[in-house]
Design a protein around this ligand. Structure first.
Ligand code: SF4
Length: 511
């Protein structure tokens, strides 16, 4: 049975009751988290305000969803809009009343917040430019959408040990990290999927293991259900820190995990009933007019373009969203795609429209370094140790002030703690918030790693360089940028030649 909007609306009073008790001091933070996460909301640090996470399957945001977000932000004076590496949009600094109102009205716009947190199937992500990117294998979004619907449908009937992140990738860029998620579908040239499972970042990160090759995409949901069933049967319900799927694989061993997965899959395939045949996405046809320029790219559809806009730090200014809404209001087929690295793509534009949208989205990242990714950080996140977002802004300010040229610094990935919501392990340079004892005293630091990579076939977690005190991060970035710029090379070339011993080069910035 496909659950309708009213089914989810009818559950909201459970959240309402919990938020009223929590925000009035009658419920503990732990108890509240156990309930609120299932509705896509968490209390923020300090316990006085909360956030809500809006599911955006595949990062798709059409005009109606965009308008909804803008209207809610104006209604409540919300100024903190943050995109996440799972392609969701988070609204911050909300009262309980406001969260309930947004949760309820979101359902009228095809946005379900439920299951956005807690031990649930999270937003199903997909390559943000799937369907439009030249050179992709095939459009994976229709399968991601079917999967999102299926998981929402079964969500309230299953009890998993912890969250399950499912993703789809349409190109070797592996933008959604499909080879190291709980479950990842990788598109092949021949129109099939390879399926990877039980990987993940966070503590004890692991590249996934391939559980199937060359499956017919119509069988996708059998693999989704097999993973859910395997997780329910073999996941760790006693120790939350070992409850993610990668630990299940560790406990069973790779061979044991593959066997368990197969044992779950075979009866599902025999029983049938989960085949899918989603309708392909459609794209507008527009008159071909050649344009080129900064942040304007060709789609695979002749005559169509997309524009890339990267809000610095993943924080999208409300005014920028309003400018985009106004600019695309009369553009046929235009929509937004939220990428895991916080880039927002505006797609399905003809040449003139692309130039207009480019002009309407000035003010984003100016260099590769300024597209660095950070999680929301410890000023908001209860689990956070360091203000990753604030550190990124401080580094960008310092690098701008120092006039460091583009390509002298790479994209950093910064997480406020070991949970890796900034995906620091796969950053060319990664920073993970931590503490380090120096001369018997705790020092607030980021653990710096180098040479991480998320590209398909080249997946690699970064090597440890050392610990950088928080307040030294901006100077470290400036020093590194100046050093690379003086070499006349870009960062990657420099790193593989003069920059090999990064710990020695950065010794003055490490403790
Ligand atoms: S990495 Fe840590 S600080 Fe950042 S959002 Fe995740 S849990 Fe919070």
């Amino acid at each position: 049975m496909v659950k309708d909007v009213e089914f989810f609306r009818d559950r909201i009073p459970v959240f309402r009751d919990a938020e009223e008790r929590f925000f009035s001091g009658q419920m503990t933070a732990k108890e509240y988290k156990g309930i609120s996460g299932g509705f896509g909301s968490y209390a923020q640090k300090g316990g006085e305000l909360g956030m809500i996470r809006l599911r955006m399957c595949g990062g798709h945001m059409d005009k109606d969803k965009l308008s909804f977000i803008i209207d809610e932000c104006r209604r409540y004076g919300i100024s903190r809009i943050h995109t996440t590496t799972c392609e969701t949009v988070q609204l911050h600094n909300l009262t309980g009343d406001q969260i309930v109102g947004i949760m309820d009205r979101a359902l009228d716009h095809g946005i379900n917040t439920q299951g956005g947190g807690g031990d649930n199937p999270r937003n199903v992500s997909a390559t943000s430019l799937s369907g439009v990117e030249p050179g992709e294998k095939f459009d994976v979004y229709p399968y991601a959408k079917e999967t999102e619907g299926y998981l929402l449908d079964i969500m309230t009937e299953i009890r998993m040990p912890r969250k399950l992140k499912v993703t789809f990738s349409s190109s070797d860029r592996n933008e959604t990290h499909a080879t190291f998620r709980d479950l990842g579908f990788i598109a092949n040239d021949d129109g099939t999927f390879d399926v990877w499972a039980a990987g993940g970042l966070g503590s004890n990160p692991k590249i996934g293991i391939r559980v199937a090759e060359g499956i017919d995409p119509s069988k996708t949901l059998y693999y989704v259900r097999a993973m859910v069933d395997t997780f329910i049967a073999h996941g760790n319900y006693d120790n939350r820190s070992r409850a993610r799927t990668r630990y299940m694989r560790e406990d069973l061993g790779d061979k044991g995990f593959l066997q368990a997965f197969g044992e779950a899959l075979v009866p599902l395939l025999e029983r049938g009933g989960l085949d899918i045949d989603p309708a392909p996405e459609t794209f507008p046809e527009k008159e071909c007019k050649e344009v080129s320029g900064d942040r304007i790219f060709r789609q695979k559809q002749p005559g169509l373009y997309y524009v890339a806009y990267h809000p610095v730090g993943g924080d999208v200014p409300l005014e920028a969203l309003e400018r985009i809404r106004d600019a695309i209001s009369d553009i046929k087929g235009a929509e937004l795609r939220v990428a895991p690295d916080s880039t927002i793509y505006i797609i399905n534009l003809d040449g003139d429209e692309a130039v207009r949208i480019r002009d309407a989205t000035e003010g984003g990242a100016r260099t590769l370094f300024e597209t660095s990714v950070s999680c929301i950080g410890s000023t908001i996140c209860q689990q956070g140790i360091r203000d990753s977002n604030g550190t990124l802004y401080a580094m960008i300010d310092a690098v701008r002030a120092a006039g460091i040229p583009d390509n002298a610094l790479p994209r950093f990935r910064i997480s406020g703690c070991v949970s890796s919501c900034g995906n620091h392990q796969v950053g060319m340079l990664g920073l993970q918030g931590a503490s380090k004892s120096v001369d018997g005293k705790p020092v607030a630091v980021y653990n710096l790693t180098v040479n991480g990579c998320g590209l398909q076939g080249r997946e690699r977690f970064g090597d440890a360089v050392g610990a950088v005190p928080v307040e030294r991060c901006p100077d470290m970035a400036v020093f590194l940028g100046r050093t690379v710029a003086a070499s006349g090379k870009d960062f990657d070339s420099w790193l593989s030649t003069e920059g090999k011993d990064l710990a020695a080069i950065l010794v003055d910035y490490l403790v």
